[in-house]
Design a protein around this ligand. Structure first.
Ligand code: ZN
Length: 251
C-alpha cells in the first residue's frame, strides 16, 4: 500500500516537474500562453512526444538535440527529478504522520513546486515571479477555508515575517518579492512555521553565500528566494517537531 502511495507521488512529481520547466522558461518571457510546441533553440527542431518524456528522453538522447546534437540544459531533468524526490519526501511524512491529512500533503506538494520555479528563476534573474506568489496565495486561501477554526494562526502568519521584511525593503536591503513570498507562505503555514522558515532561510543563506563569496568569488548580490524556499520546505515538514523540541530544552 505504501509503495503505491510513494510511486503515485513520484509519478505526479516528475510529470508536474516537466510542467515546471515550461513555467521556468516561459513565465519570465511572458510567452506562457503562446501555443507553440517546445523546440530546439538552435536548429528549431520541433520536439515530438517521445522527446518529451520526463528524464528518460534526456537520458536516451544523451542530453543532446536529436537533430543538431546541441546540448540540452541539465536543468530540465534536474527539475523533474527534484520535484519527484521532494513529492516522495512529503509522501513519506504523510504516511508516517497521522496529523498530516491528504489535502495538506497535496497543498504542500504544490507549494514545493511553486518554490522550485521561484528559486530557479530568482537565481537567474533576481526576480521572484509575482504569478507564483499569487498561486501560493490561492493555496493559502484553500487551506484557510478548511481550517477556519484556526484562522488567526494563518492570518497572523501572513503578517508575521512580511511586516518585518517591509522594514528591510524600505532600507533597500531586501526585495519586495521576498516580502510577498513570506506573506503568502505565512498564510499557508501559519505564524510559527513562517517565523522558523525565515530563521532557517537566513542561516542557510548566510552560510552558503559566505562560502560562495570566499571560494567562488561571487558578488554580494544575493538571490534570497532559494534560501527562503529551503527554510519554508524544512519548516513545513519538521517545524512542529523542532519547535516542540526547542521549547522542551528551553523550559
Ligand atoms: Zn537542435
Amino acid at each position: 500500500m505504501n509503495i503505491f502511495i510513494y510511486s503515485t507521488f513520484l509519478l505526479y512529481g516528475i510529470i508536474i516537474g516537466s510542467f515546471l520547466n515550461v513555467c521556468i522558461l516561459r513565465i519570465p518571457n511572458h510567452t506562457f500562453f503562446e501555443k507553440s510546441r517546445s523546440y530546439c533553440p538552435k536548429c528549431g527542431y520541433s520536439l515530438k512526444w517521445f522527446d518529451l518524456i520526463p528524464i528518460f528522453s534526456f537520458i536516451l538522447l544523451k542530453g543532446k538535440c536529436r537533430k543538431c546534437k546541441e546540448s540540452i540544459s541539465l536543468q530540465y531533468p534536474l527539475v523533474e527529478a527534484l520535484n519527484g524526490i521532494l513529492y516522495v519526501w512529503i509522501a513519506i511524512m504523510y504516511v508516517n504522520n497521522p496529523d498530516l491529512n491528504l489535502l495538506t500533503a497535496v497543498l504542500y506538494c504544490l507549494l514545493t513546486s511553486a518554490l522550485i520555479v521561484i528559486s530557479v528563476v530568482d537565481m537567474r534573474t533576481y526576480i521572484i515571479l509575482p504569478q507564483l506568489n499569487i498561486f501560493i496565495l490561492i493555496l493559502g486561501l484553500i487551506n484557510l477555508v478548511f481550517n477556519l477554526g484556526e484562522w488567526y494562526t494563518y492570518v497572523i502568519g501572513f503578517f508575521a515575517i512580511s511586516t518585518f521584511i517591509l522594514i528591510l525593503v524600505l532600507l533597500n536591503a531586501m526585495g519586495d518579492g521576498d516580502m510577498k513570498l513570506m506573506a503568502v507562505s505565512g498564510l499557508l503555514l501559519g505564524w510559527k512555521l513562517i517565523v522558523l522558515s525565515f530563521f532557517i532561510g537566513c542561516i542557510v543563506g548566510t552560510v552558503v553565500h559566505l562560502w560562495l563569496m570566499i571560494f567562488k568569488k561571487k558578488g554580494r548580490q544575493l538571490p534570497f528566494g532559494p534560501y527562503l524556499s529551503v527554510g519554508i520546505f524544512l519548516a513545513m515538514l519538521y517545524g512542529e517537531k523542532w519547535i516542540e523540541w526547542y521549547l522542551r530544552i528551553l523550559f
